[in-house]
Ligand binder design. Structure first.
Ligand code: GYE
Length: 329
């Protein structure tokens, strides 16, 4: 009996060692935890990998520091992982370490913020948002809404709250914001600064603007978290968000839908964080020896707001109250 038990235990050990030896190791260098979008993105990717039979996740949170991410990538190389998923906090400064990933022949999948050296390195797939389009849609929504209120005859003061300086999402959305403003000459930029994509910095920046800037009619916040922080500051200053200041966010997280339904935020532009299924599809295909269509930019149509029916590039806004129940994050 004792012998049999020993034999069974030994067999279990051999089987589990064999299973772990053959596991596909997928390492993910994530930026940090700055926003609801990021939390949803991490959950989507990590749970998709962890829930997949035979796959193992090695996760690293860079805490917004490029040097932490570079270190994590080098650790992944040393560990000999099978795939690397990478989102860079900023666009520049990755050439050397990503070349090392290439030299070690570890398939690289770029997520969300695409590094500016992407055309000089090898990657198997890239999933990211169309940030300039999102930025244009933010301004177009505000411009069309103002027109619908008959306010295109006045000088409208616009504040642009930018994301983390040098991040792909900040660079692209700013480019989009400024390009679209050219079509709405009645909208004048009176303030433009970073709120680092966080709620706390969005609140602090709006507090300081409300003291230093004469008048703000419209806030274009490059993510919902900053918009929500700004709303706290606007209320604390005795103003009415959504009326005294028109507020357009980006991402379309659940908290933004709730704020729109409560009449505080006016609109949010979709940018999906749900990359888990794309990553799984890509790695399954590569494991099966199939080829993969290299670059996929998400086709995003959603613009959600307080009125519905506002025309922006490529789509028409939907009332946030009609779809709030469908949003999971
Ligand atoms: O909009 C913001 C996050 O890179 C698209 O990063 C992402 C952005 C997202 O912190 O909320």
């Amino acid at each position: 009996m004792k012998k049999l038990l020993t034999l069974v235990l030994a067999l279990c050990l051999v089987l589990s060692l064999a299973a772990s030896a053959s596991a596909v190791t997928i390492a993910f260098s994530q930026i940090g935890q700055e926003s609801d979008w990021r939390t949803a993105n991490t959950d989507s990717v990590n749970s998709a990998i962890e829930g997949h039979e035979g796959w193992e996740l090695v996760y690293s949170d860079g805490q917004q520091k490029q040097e932490n991410q570079i270190q994590a990538l080098r650790n992944f190389i040393t560990q000999g992982v099978d795939y690397i998923l990478f989102t860079g906090v900023v666009t520049t400064g990755w050439d050397e370490v990503l070349a090392e990933v290439n030299e070690n022949e570890i398939p690289l999948i770029l997520l969300d913020r695409i590094p500016d050296c992407a055309d000089k390195i090898d990657y198997v797939a890239a999933f990211g948002g169309d940030f300039p389009l999102e930025g244009r849609r933010q301004v177009q929504w505000a411009g069309e809404y103002l027109k619908s209120l008959g306010r295109d005859g006045e000088d409208v003061a616009v504040a642009i709250m930018e994301g983390t300086t040098g991040a792909d999402a900040q660079v692209g959305r700013t480019e989009g914001n400024l390009a679209a403003l050219a079509d709405y000459p009645f909208m004048k930029v009176v303030a433009q600064q970073t709120g680092n994509f966080t709620r706390a910095e969005g609140q602090a920046l709006m507090e300081s603007w409300l003291k230093s800037v004469d008048k703000i009619d419209v806030l274009i916040a490059q993510n919902d978290d900053m918009a929500l922080g700004a709303i706290d500051a606007i209320k604390a200053a005795g103003l009415v968000p959504g009326k005294d200041i028109i507020i357009v966010g980006c991402d379309s997280v659940k908290a933004a839908f709730e704020s729109i339904v409560a009449g505080e935020m006016n609109a949010t532009i979709e940018c999906t964080p749900l990359y888990g299924p794309f990553v799984v599809d890509c790695i399954e295909k590569l494991e099966a020896g199939e080829t993969f269509d290299k670059t996929i930019i998400h086709p995003e149509e959603g613009v959600y707001d307080c009125v519905g029916g506002i025309e922006v590039e490529g789509t028409t806004s939907v009332l946030a109250s009609d779809v709030i129940d469908q949003r999971q994050y």
